[in-house]
Design a binder for this molecule. Structure first.
Ligand code: ATR
Length: 279
């Protein structure tokens, strides 16, 4: 597809941004649908974030994604943020309107739920308690999603317990917090376990978690996607639990932004998975 002078522009702001898979993913869709558009990596230092964001509508951007470490700054900087982004306290997708005003949303919760619907169709929020390992930004989006899906109980397990306790206070029912040392027991009767910590990521130690108490039909989801098969997912698969890898959430969270900026609802296909995986 030729990029003409009328091309639609979008991108991802991060620091660093070179590791981001979003350019490969969005440019795959642009080619796939024959859209005259470009999606660029935008390396923006934290101190320059607001100025860079303000410049984008002036140079014709339709919108941007925002990734680490800018998601909270984006929430503070946009002209308005939707209800879900307000609950999560972070924005990952921004649309500029014709007047240059910025509208922020958070599509991580959507991406998480869609990844489960696609890869673990037997799961529903009401199926039973969910266990969330970690209490950072990714956990916040997943907790909001699980609340909206009607999970009967959401057990937050974090190394720094105060962070888990703060989430319980902030999000309310049905959250409970569990000590990090008791993480294996927290799996008892669970229908879903999600790792949102950085454990298991290339360069980090694996997540040390015995799955002995976990029901064999519980879904195990790791949002780490480098590597795709983390030690947690390997252990879960070997005892027969359904597993969902972190690439799936990444692919699905990208859909709403693409649809808004480029006017086409994109699909997550095996060819897309292969293209992003191969990157
Ligand atoms: P993000 O916003 O991407 O979710 P984050 O806020 O840095 O990232 O959160 C990382 C999560 O991984 C936290 O829950 C962190 O636990 P702490 O709150 O105790 O820091 C967790 N984490 C990172 N390294 C860990 C380790 N070695 N053991 C246990 N948890 C770890």
């Amino acid at each position: 597809m030729t990029i003409t002078g009328a091309a639609r522009l979008a991108g991802v702001m991060g620091w660093p941004v070179s590791h981001s898979r979003s350019p490969v993913l969005h440019n795959f869709w642009l080619r796939e649908y024959g859209i005259d558009g470009v999606y660029m990596p935008l390396a923006v230092a934290p101190e320059a974030f607001e100025r860079a964001l303000g410049a984008l509508p002036l140079i014709g951007f339709a919108g941007v994604n925002v990734t680490v470490p800018h998601k909270e700054a984006a929430f503070a900087a946009v002209d308005d943020a939707d209800r879900l982004a307000q609950r999560i306290g972070a924005v990952n997708t921004i649309v500029f309107d014709d007047d240059g005003r910025s509208h922020g949303s958070n599509t991580d919760a959507f991406g998480f739920i869609e990844s489960l619907r696609t890869k673990a169709p037997g799961w529903s929020g009401a199926a039973g308690p969910a266990v969330v390992l970690g209490a950072g930004g990714a956990a916040r989006a997943i907790i909001a999603a699980l609340q909206d899906e009607g999970a009967p109980e959401i057990r937050i397990v974090n190394r720094t317990r105060e962070r888990a306790q703060r989430l319980v206070e902030e999000f309310g029912s049905p959250l409970t917090d569990v000590a990090w040392q008791a993480r294996a027991d927290a799996l008892d009767g669970a229908a879903l376990v999600v790792n949102t910590t950085t454990l298991g990521m290339t360069g980090n130690p694996p997540l040390d978690l015995s799955l002995d108490s976990l029901p064999r039909d519980a879904v195990v989801n790791d949002i780490v996607y480098v590597p795709l098969m983390t030690p947690l997912l390997t252990a879960a698969a070997s005892r027969g639990n359904p597993t969902v890898d972190g690439l799936e959430m990444l692919l699905h969270q990208a859909r709403p932004g693409f649809a808004r900026w480029f006017g086409t609802e994109p699909e997550v296909t095996d060819r897309l998975r292969a293209a992003v995986r191969g990157d």
